[in-house]
Ligand binder design. Structure first.
Ligand code: KIV
Ligand code: ZN
Length: 395
């Protein structure tokens, strides 16, 4: 059942980090010209915030963020920075030419990260939260603060840090599930807890940032917005560290397809999703798995006879989205050993071949024998299979 047309839908900010967290995938680095192409498509597609890189990381990263900042027309361009003046100033320099610019500064807040990674006392971390946000605000009014490993952070300390970040001027508060450890109910409850307990929570937009170590990044992102977050950080094709980040195309299509239970809206032009996926896959040299949701080669392909028969009667029997809604021309009925008579007959019709009942039965039997031996049965195989009948028909 769909939500009533007049139901108000909260707008979700789509923050794409393909060019920052996505590019941190081992082996996924992109050239400047590839990054510019990706940024252009993200902007055209309606992404709200493009995290273009980590300017202090290298001169190349600085240049990429800076060039993207100069060229992007609609989206906010964001640069990442640790909680240090050098990082923040470098990010500020890199995004300064953007029409809309954001600095995203972060520090770890979980006991494990503070003790072993940062080797800092919680009070030092707390002071750095305030100092880093204050510094970033000298460059722009749009400052995002992230509690790295936020989902494994002790709640009282997280509340204190979030409150301090907002007081220092952060306008977006991101609570990353840095190691993909959270489960959906828990992640939703984390946002509810923060929104209830942090006194100035209404002064900022809360954000999800989910990694896919347990395959829960998209589910957690959706749970996060159900819990009150209004920004989702994600990447095209789910590219990202280790098992990746929440996939933008999955998050966006889940929100669009399940408007009945997810009363939210994004500004993404979904027919551009397939183009964006192909571009990022080529630029990063990361192939998209065939059965990947939304953009995989098989996402709108059907082989089984029962499914093909259903699809030929009514596409909604086995498809919950229209292919053109994500930029795929049409559904494909793949001919293989699971295909049935109905699809075989349709395929012949598409190829301009008409056979009588007996010839059709005979051709179908030979097609099944061939499909048992061959992984893919192409149109040419089918044409060859019925060539005798075609010649006889022509005589
Ligand atoms: O996963 C993470 O915690 C991050 C932060 C830098 C936001 O990518
Ligand atoms: Zn991340």
């Amino acid at each position: 059942m769909n939500a009533p047309v007049s139901a108000p839908k909260d707008r979700i900010v789509i923050f794409d980090t393909t060019l920052r967290d996505g590019e941190q995938s081992p082996g996924a680095s992109m050239t400047l010209s590839e990054k510019l192409q990706v940024a252009e498509v993200l902007d055209e597609m309606g992404v709200d915030v493009i995290e273009a890189g980590f300017p202090i990381a290298s001169n190349g990263d600085f240049e990429a963020v800076s060039e993207i900042a100069k060229r992007v027309k609609n989206a906010t361009v964001c640069g990442l920075a640790r909680a240090s003046n050098n990082d923040i100033d470098r990010a500020g320099e890199a995004v300064k030419h953007a029409e809309k610019r954001r600095i995203h500064t972060f520090i770890s807040t979980s006991p494990l990260h503070m003790k072993y990674k940062l080797q800092m006392e919680p009070e030092t971390v707390y002071e750095k939260v305030i100092a880093s946000v204050t510094r970033a605000r000298q460059w722009t009014d749009d400052v995002e603060w992230s509690a790295e490993d936020g989902s494994r952070t002790e709640h009282d300390f997280l509340c204190r840090c979030v409150e301090a970040a907002i007081k220092a001027g952060a306008t977006t508060i991101n609570i990353p599930d840095t190691v993909g450890y959270a489960v959906p109910e828990e992640y939703a409850a984390l946002f509810q807890m923060l929104l209830n307990r942090v006194p100035n929570a209404d002064k900022a937009i809360f954000s999800t940032h989910c990694h896919d170590d347990l395959g829960l990044a998209v589910a957690n992102s959706l749970a996060g917005i159900s819990g009150g977050a209004r920004q989702i950080e994600c990447t095209i094709n789910g590219l990202g560290e280790r098992a990746g980040n929440a996939a933008l195309e999955e998050v966006v299509m889940a929100i669009r397809t399940r408007a009945d239970v997810l009363p939210f809206a994004t500004g993404i032009k979904t027919p551009m999703l397939t183009r964006a996926s192909k571009l990022v896959s080529n630029a990063s040299a990361f192939p998209v798995q065939y059965n990947k949701a939304i953009v995989g080669q098989n996402a709108f392909a059907h082989e089984s006879g029962i499914h093909q028969d259903g699809m030929l009667k009514n596409a909604q029997t086995y498809e919950i989205m229209r292919p053109d809604d994500v930029g795929v021309k049409s559904t494909s009925l793949v001919m293989g050993k699971h295909s049935g008579r109905h699809a075989f007959k349709e395929k012949l019709k598409d190829l301009g071949i008409e056979l009588g009942d007996n010839a059709l039965e005979d051709a179908f039997r030979r097609f099944k024998d061939l499909a048992d031996k061959k992984k893919h049965v192409f149109d040419e195989d089918i044409e060859a299979l019925v060539s005798d009948e075609m010649e006889n028909a022509g005589e």
